[in-house]
Design a binder for this molecule. Sequence first.
Ligand code: CDP
Length: 212
Amino acid sequence: MIIAIDGPAASGKGTLAQRLALRYALPHLDTGMLYRAVARDVLAAGASLDNAASAEAAARALDHLTLSDEGLRGRHMSEAASVVAAIPEVRATLLAIQKAFSRRPQGAVVEGRDIGTVVCPDADIKLFVTASLEERARRRHRELIKRGEQVSEEAVIEDLRKRDERDSSRAASPLRMAPDAHLLDTTKLDIEAAFFAAVRLIDAAIGRAAHS
Ligand code: CDP
């Protein structure tokens, strides 16, 4: 079973994807970490983030063992990731990795921006997770403060607005809800409620597939 989860920045996809991976005993791929790691490696090489050749080289040389590096979750790496994510050569290179992961026989929960549209268009179930900009900013602000970053909620709102705009307007695989995705608005849902809403949608989809 492939569960595809997309949505704008800080919509709660990550927490939801982790919980669903446990619930259905599936491996989980957070594709945002791939883009974040490419951005980190481009910066470490001293190149500019919009240099397509350097970014493609970083994507090709990506070391999977460095993907869980906690520093990748920082505020500046989020912004940097969305710059390299607009480069078609980077997306093409990372697409192969994502497709290979999702083709493994045990299935997967894959989360990102273009999973339902490009990476796993045949996923068994597609969720598009969203929440109001203010609520997403509140959640991300809380996370960043916990990480020890000094930032105001207003600055986080601005970060998310800018990043969503860049992710939605790029030519290569923009952030889009797939026509066959289920919209899950978590503005008024806590983690538990969002999880149960997702489980209901998934179980209904599995049930339909089993009876057809
Ligand atoms: O956790 P958050 O929603 O803030 O971000 P993320 O999922 O880690 O993604 C970071 C950035 O990577 C996004 O703003 C996108 O620019 C890019 N990304 C993408 O283009 N395609 C994906 N499938 C996943 C992430």
